[in-house]
Design a protein. Structure first.
Length: 265
């Protein structure tokens, strides 16, 4: 996949999770652009299968607290599917899924990562999963209401969705922070803006020379959505930030709480 760094970097800055949509149909040209990207991702990332389904989502989503947080009005949704027998599948789900979501943002479409508050049986009825495949998450896609609804504003306040940890709290080896190169600061700041379940921000960064390790925090891991999916999302953001600063690199997966390392080409 070729990353359109400038386009997606701007999308990172602009994107907000949205749950209330109007009924406007998504134009065919935008659907085609999304499906073209999905085809590339599904071919390039082993085990990944993203599906764009054009149908109303009213019967799929539930609320987080009663009706609060329920997603309504979207004319389509994305299903993020992966093979359970492939290593690092959750990170790949986050990385590839966020690519489609950022492209949707660039096309002026709203979205929201969802992993628990939906009726999986309804979604599975729209899919034809292979024996080793698993549905990891979904996202509505559509034109959001012009202004966030009261329900959206309350939910954002509860989970503090706009609040991000300071970069100093996310870097585990804080010595000589002033010596970190500018490209790395841009990359880390872009990763810091990545969305995560309940805004938990489960990633931590370790600087090793001209490389960055992304690893899990040491908190409880019994959350509904895997922290590794969140880290996969942050991996794409970090790479976009590095490219925006003029540097390219590659990811290599690691083991345990150390998720992956990004090294310059």
């Amino acid at each position: 996949m070729e990353i359109p760094a400038k386009r997606w970097y701007q999308a990172v800055k602009e994107r907000n999770s949205r749950r209330q949509f109007n009924s406007k149909i998504i134009e065919k040209r935008k659907i085609k652009k999304l499906n073209n990207l999905i085809e590339v991702l599904n071919n390039d990332i082993e085990g990944l299968r993203i599906i764009l389904i054009q149908k109303e989502v009213e019967e799929i989503f539930t609320g987080i607290i009663g009706s609060y947080g329920k997603i309504t009005g979207a004319p389509a949704y994305l299903a993020f599917v992966g093979r359970e027998d492939i290593s690092n599948m959750e990170e790949k789900i986050g990385y590839g899924g966020e690519a489609v979501i950022l492209e949707a943002t660039a096309l002026e479409l709203g979205s929201c990562w969802v992993s628990g508050t939906f009726k999986s049986d309804k979604v599975l009825a729209d899919l034809n999963l292979n024996q080793k495949e698993k549905l990891y998450a979904i996202s509505p896609i559509g034109y959001p209401e012009a202004k966030p609804t009261i329900s959206e504003r309350v939910l954002k306040k509860v989970i503090k969705s706009k609040k991000r940890l300071d970069l100093k709290k996310l870097i585990v080896n804080k010595n000589n922070l002033e010596k970190i190169p500018e490209w790395m600061i841009t990359a880390l700041e872009t990763a810091r803006l990545a969305p995560s379940a309940l805004n938990r921000q489960p990633w931590r960064f370790k600087i090793e020379g001209n490389s960055i390790i992304i690893q899990l925090d040491n908190k409880e891991k019994n959350e509904e959505r895997s922290k590794n999916i969140d880290c996969g999302i942050a991996m794409l953001h970090l790479e976009i930030g590095a490219m925006k600063a003029g540097f390219t690199g590659k990811w290599q997966y690691l083991k345990g709480d150390k998720v992956a390392i990004f090294s310059l080409d």
